[in-house]
Design a binder for this molecule. Structure first.
Ligand code: C5P
Length: 210
């Protein structure tokens, strides 16, 4: 019988506020993460889904936790992970946040043309005790970058994709990815729907955990 796994999945962008009405973010729609959550739940696994601000319906049989900033996402992931769980990080976490968030809307005259930024925590790198799967959305040297991140973040696998390619990456319903393993093994998949890619990711996780 197939082993029932606990998946913790992050998805979507994060927002890093400068004041109550302005933030830094990115164009992630969360589609890939939602697809992985749906595929994992359909395969009979327990799923905790940590979502940044996205406009997508929660898949069936998935426990969802909504967050806004990278630091909130980090706290929610630390709370959600269990020993030996599978952590799939699809979120496009903002690497930087404004050093200060003003308590009230800044007036144009109060704003400087320089914003001081500080680094956000690397959620995927920091989590320990789980089987970790990462995503590498790259514009150049895709496989080399993916391999480097796989080793640096101590991942069981990384899903590499070239976001400059048509029909792959941000907002698209399809994706063309390569699974990259820490030993250098590479498994290229043909272009397929994000749900089909998600199914392959869940199967790869089941193999890794078997
Ligand atoms: O280093 P880079 O941002 O390209 O790494 C991508 C992988 O790391 C993705 O799986 C992403 O979800 C995760 N990540 C994270 N926390 C960050 C930055 C990236 O979990 N602060």
């Amino acid at each position: 019988m197939k082993k029932r796994l606990h998946f913790v999945i992050t998805a979507g962008p994060t927002r890093e506020f400068l004041d109550p009405v302005r933030f830094l973010s990115n164009p992630s729609t969360g589609k890939m993460g939602f697809a992985v959550a749906r595929a994992a739940a359909r395969a009979g696994h327990d799923v905790t889904f940590v979502a940044g601000p996205v406009a997508l319906k929660t898949p069936r049989d998935v426990k969802r936790v909504d967050v806004v900033s990278a630091r909130e996402m980090f706290a929610a992931v630390k709370e959600a992970v269990t020993p030996g769980c599978v952590f799939v990080a699809t979120a496009a976490v903002a690497d930087w946040r404004p050093a200060v968030c003003a308590g009230k809307k800044l007036k144009k005259t109060e704003m400087s043309n320089v914003i001081k930024l500080v680094r956000n925590p690397d959620i995927l790198k920091s989590i320990e005790g789980c089987v970790k799967i990462g995503f590498a959305a790259e514009t150049n040297d895709v496989l080399e970058e993916a391999q480097r991140k796989c080793r640096e973040k101590n991942l069981a696998m990384i899903v590499a994709n070239d976001v400059t390619e048509k029909g792959a990456g941000f907002g698209s319903d399809t994706n063309r990815v390569v699974f990259v393993y820490p030993d250098g093994r590479k498994e290229p998949l043909k272009k397929m729907s994000k749900l089909a890619v998600a199914g392959r990711i869940v199967r790869a996780c089941e193999n890794i955990c078997s």
